[in-house]
Design a binder for this molecule. Structure first.
Ligand SMILES: [Zn+2]
Length: 135
């Protein structure tokens, strides 16, 4: 297998394995850099019902960071220990985003139930009035 031809920030030759004939590993491959950027850009712009969803965008961004770290660890640019710590911290951020999504879901459900209850009571009042008129 061919070695990656990129030079790392430290000035050494990258220790990664080239993923195709381009001679670059995953971390250095220009195609994948574009892919990651596009995914992070495209993702989460719009949520359900056309509203922006920052949580989805955050998750896509975090995914990109996880992949970047994975690539750099494999390429020998980031030490395994550092990579593990960063991955753990990113996992914490991910937990926050997921928690936020859940909380928002609960809030939306609560609002919808309240709205339904309000409409029900309005309908009930209308029915009562019609009933009285009929008498
Ligand atoms: Zn490389």
């Amino acid at each position: 297998m061919a070695k990656c031809t990129a030079i790392t920030q430290g000035g050494d030759r990258c220790k990664g394995i080239a993923i195709d004939s381009s001679g670059y590993c995953y971390a250095h491959h220009p195609d994948h850099a574009d892919e990651r950027k596009r995914a992070a850009h495209k993702g989460g712009k719009r949520g359900g019902r056309g509203r922006p969803s920052p949580a989805t965008g955050e998750l896509v961004r975090l995914q990109g960071e996880f992949e970047e770290i994975a690539g750099k660890v494999l390429a020998g640019e980031v030490e395994r220990g550092d990579g593990a710590v960063v991955a753990q911290l990113l996992n914490g951020a991910r937990a926050c985003v997921l928690g936020l999504l859940k909380a928002r879901e609960q809030e939306e459900l609560y609002e919808r139930v309240e709205e339904l209850e309000r409409r029900l009571s309005v309908n009930q009042r209308n029915l009562d009035q019609k009933g009285r008129k009929a008498w």
